[in-house]
Design a protein around this ligand. Structure first.
Ligand SMILES: O=C(O)C(=O)C[C@]1(C(=O)O)C=C[C@@H](O)C=C1
Length: 372
């Protein structure tokens, strides 16, 4: 080695040691600050308990959205806004668990995208409980067995999850948040299964539909078998030769499967929106959405009457979905999402006007727009 190279290496080494000292010092500061933050959260819990010992609400989605939005707006870089928000998401998750551990039911089994969405929204500290069906998630929340639930509501390529919409018609649950998840589907199998020997592919019917073109092009002869969830598909192929599953990464880890081909979804920006459901109403965060179910009488101009108040009071409708009403033949209910919170004046005027023409208006909830 030349003398010059030795000198450069020694200089680099000493710079590295100096930088590590700096990182140690910063970590010490972060540690102290996180501890101070956790002590504040502890105090917040005491204040909430003192104000209402029986019904204190520890999880505050509107406040969490404000914290994350503020962090993203103030982020000086070089870390991306979303990465920074994820770090703070976890700090808040730990603080909330320290205040009061909360339990959340989700559409299981373990390894589903809904579990991934639950962790994305509540952070790693949440205690999550898998349920075998969407209505059971609703039932657990209604019965008070868990505080919150997470259910899928719509996919960018496959449209709405009708089962979730229908369950809202009859339930008294509130929507208290939303979270969107990028969906990456992978083809996976046990170590004894070779790609060219695959004769059966299991997945949830929506996931099979999201990968239809890829399957037609690359696996045209394999039988496609729809099962209750993609995690169940992964579980099944664990013990079956010559079978594969299409599911998310979490399922491959959980059931010890090898990913044979990644990202087999047809649309590169395939994403699913999930709703957080609970029993309490949520206060305004400053950047909110509201969801309604409206039943209209079957008469001429019904749809016009439904839309008119939104135009009149300048409320921005972001989604309109119709479903059979479950009560009478050929009558429909409308699911509406719009920007704003029920505490805002133009929203209150819109709702009052709607109530004059509609057979029924049910507010499912006002909640902060998904942040990460
Ligand atoms: O501000 C509150 O109400 C808190 O409980 C504190 C805190 C936080 O860590 O920032 C924790 C949990 C809530 O969901 C919201 C925020």
């Amino acid at each position: 080695m030349s003398d010059q190279k030795k000198t450069t290496d020694a200089k680099d080494e000493s710079e590295l040691l100096g930088l590590r000292d700096e990182i140690d010092r910063i970590d010490g500061d972060i540690l102290q600050l996180i501890s101070q933050r956790a002590k504040c959260a502890e105090r917040v819990a005491e204040v909430k308990l003192k104000a209402d010992p029986e019904h204190a609400v520890f999880y505050r989605p509107e406040r969490e959205a404000q914290v994350l939005n503020r962090i993203m707006a103030a982020n000086p870089g070089p870390l991306a806004n979303e990465d920074m928000a994820r770090l703070f998401r976890e700090i808040m998750s730990a603080c909330l668990a320290h205040e009061k551990p909360i339990e959340v039911a989700y559409l299981g089994p373990e390894g589903t995208f809904t579990q991934q969405a639950t962790k994305k929204h509540f952070g790693q500290w949440v205690k999550s409980r898998p349920m075998p069906a969407i209505d059971e998630v609703f039932r657990e929340v209604e019965a008070g067995a868990v505080q919150y639930g997470v259910v899928p509501i719509e996919n960018s390529t496959e449209g709405v999850v009708n089962h979730t919409l229908d369950t809202f018609i009859t339930s008294n649950i509130h929507i208290c948040g939303e979270v969107e998840l990028r969906i990456h589907q992978h083809l996976m199998a046990g170590p004894n299964t070779k790609r060219d020997k695959i004769t059966r592919i299991y997945s949830h019917q929506q996931s099979l539909a999201q990968c239809r073109k890829w399957l037609d092009a690359h696996m045209p002869h394999a039988e496609r078998i729809a099962v209750n969830s993609n995690a169940e598909a992964a579980k099944r192929v664990q013990g079956e030769w010559n079978s594969a599953a299409i599911a998310g990464e979490l399922a491959s880890e959980l059931y010890d499967l090898d990913i044979i081909e990644s990202n087999v979804e047809d649309s590169p920006d395939n994403s699913t929106r999930f709703l957080i459901i609970g029993r309490e109403e949520v206060g305004p965060s400053g950047d909110d959405k509201t969801s309604l179910v409206v039943s209209m009488r079957n008469e001429p101009g019904a749809l016009y009457n439904l839309l008119k108040p939104f135009k009149e009071f300048g409320v921005d409708m972001t989604r309109l979905e119709s479903r059979p009403s479950l009560t009478g033949n050929w009558t429909y209910v409308f699911f509406i999402d719009f920007v704003g919170h029920t505490s805002e004046e133009n929203v209150q005027k819109t709702l009052a006007s709607l109530k004059q023409t509609a057979a029924d208006v049910k507010v499912l909830g006002s909640y902060p727009k998904g942040v990460i």
